[in-house]
Ligand binder design. Structure first.
Ligand SMILES: Cc1ncc(COP(=O)(O)O)c(C=O)c1O
Ligand SMILES: [Zn+2]
Length: 450
């Protein structure tokens, strides 16, 4: 039996997993058939307390965020051959995920197996001597890595009996939830800050669900969703990054598994990951740890090192690390990297833990550096990234220049989103190199014929 844990109306819950008052159990639903799921429980990242697999995201004991814990024997039984025989998408890793083992239960656009692009020219430009790869997750169905987390979250949500899908979003999550809901024929309601890029708004609205733009920042949107989820009217609504957040977060592990598999079952020595809540970074690290623990992959010599990237307009995680603390001081985000603009990042301290433990570092890039990096990535690899990708490539460059990232170690940089959604970022910088009359004379006058 899976329990549905519904918060008391008076409890106040942060969407990122911080709960301020207690939750109460008010109803249960029949357990979905999860006999082959390796997931064992939800475990508190703060105090280690365990809870049943349910729509719960915060610990009753310490209010810390919960994450999915697995049966080690079930994970250890997974083989490379089993994965390689699976579908050409994230579900090839179903045996390592909390849900979706039975294809018939999946709520999904079948994301994943996105290109791992060899980036020798980019490596040369930034001063890396070892191989450099760009994991290009803009190739997902709604053009960001969010399709991975949404597929896992909504598969769990439907099994838990939820009948409407929702999220608090900086843009990409909105696209993905709306599209998944449309595919599944389930109603959706998506909440976004009112000042999002047009490319993110239209690519959400087109799917036909409810789209609520809020006069406020993402952190305001997130807070409101934390309150809405506790109302009777939203009792049947799964907010992917609130009440089913532990399942949602697990979807990001596939970005770790996939890179290892695409490298021929090797973990890269260094990875550079963009951070908003910081969750993605912690889950890539978790994926690498699992692969080693269950014997699918050997750890690289000296282990792997995780680096985090933020924008200068929203850098609370990197700032805390630079100040030698894991206490995040929330900021009011500014700047063009809107998809990363979470001022109060729920997994920030866990991202600092992963980066510190693996000997990595974090840095941040300002808007001009982001614009330059979008163009640098585009002209050296053919990958057109959204602003988050610009942040990551700009930070890669800084980390090499500052000596924090070893130029002689193989490195993977994650591009998590699509440039066509944030055209304004570079619209003022690029355009036609020539404008000519439609004649040979016009071409000659412009110097195109020598
Ligand atoms: C394109 C893109 N990259 C990275 C992230 C960061 O993800 P996380 O919140 O897990 O740190 C986001 C979050 O919205 C995003 O939209
Ligand atoms: Zn706890």
């Amino acid at each position: 039996m899976w329990q549905v844990l519904i918060p008391s109306p008076r409890a106040s819950t942060d969407a990122g997993g911080k709960m301020r008052r207690s939750l109460i159990v008010t109803s249960t639903v029949d357990a979905p058939r999860q006999s082959t799921s390796p997931a064992r429980a939800l475990v508190c990242r703060g105090c280690g307390a365990e809870f049943p697999l349910a729509a719960q995201h915060a610990c009753y004991e310490c209010f810390g965020p919960l994450e999915v814990a697995y049966d080690p024997a079930a994970l250890a039984a997974v083989t490379r051959e089993q994965i390689e025989a699976g579908p050409q998408n994230i579900w090839r890793y179903a045996a390592l995920l909390p849900t979706g083992q039975d294809p018939a239960t999946r709520v999904t656009l079948d994301p994943g197996l996105t290109p791992l692009v060899s980036a020798a020219a980019l490596a040369a430009e930034v001063g890396l001597r070892a191989p450099l790869w760009v994991k290009d997750d803009s190739a997902n169905p709604t053009h960001s890595f969010k399709d991975r987390v949404v597929s896992v979250a909504l598969t769990a949500a439907r099994e838990l009996g939820f009948t409407r899908f929702a999220c608090a979003s900086t843009g990409n999550l909105a696209n993905s939830v709306a599209a998944h809901a449309a595919r599944a024929g389930v109603p959706s309601i998506v909440f976004i800050p009112g000042d999002l890029e047009q490319g993110k708004v239209i690519t959400t609205a087109v799917y036909g669900g409810e789209l609520v733009a809020i006069d406020g920042s993402y952190d305001d949107v997130n807070r409101l969703c934390g309150e809405l989820v506790e109302t009777d009217e939203f009792e049947d609504t799964a907010f992917v990054n609130v009440n089913v957040r532990p399942f949602y977060a697990e979807g990001s592990k596939t970005l770790g598994y996939e890179v290892a598999e695409q490298l021929g079952w090797r973990i890269p020595a260094q990875v550079v990951v963009p951070m908003a809540s910081g969750e993605l970074l912690t889950k890539i690290d978790k994926a690498f740890s699992e692969l080693v623990e269950i014997g699918l992959v050997e750890a690289p010599e000296g282990g792997w090192t995780v680096f985090g990237a933020q924008s200068a307009g929203c850098n609370p995680i990197a700032t805390a690390l630079h100040n030698g603390t894991d206490q995040i001081i929330p900021v009011k985000p500014t700047g063009i990297a809107k998809s990363l603009n979470i001022g109060d990042p729920a997994a920030g301290s866990y991202a600092i833990e992963a980066v510190t433990r693996t000997g990595g570092w974090m840095d941040y890039a300002d808007d001009d550096e982001i614009r330059d990096a979008i163009q640098l990535l585009a002209r050296t690899t053919g990958v057109f990234a959204e602003t988050a990708g610009g942040v990551t490539v700009a930070v890669l460059k800084k980390l090499v220049a500052s000596g924090k990232l070893d130029p002689d170690k193989e490195t993977v940089v994650y591009n998590t989103g699509e440039g066509l959604k944030t055209l304004d970022a570079v619209a003022g910088q690029v355009g036609p190199t020539h404008r000519i009359k439609p004649s040979l004379r016009g071409a000659r006058d412009a110097g195109l014929l020598g």
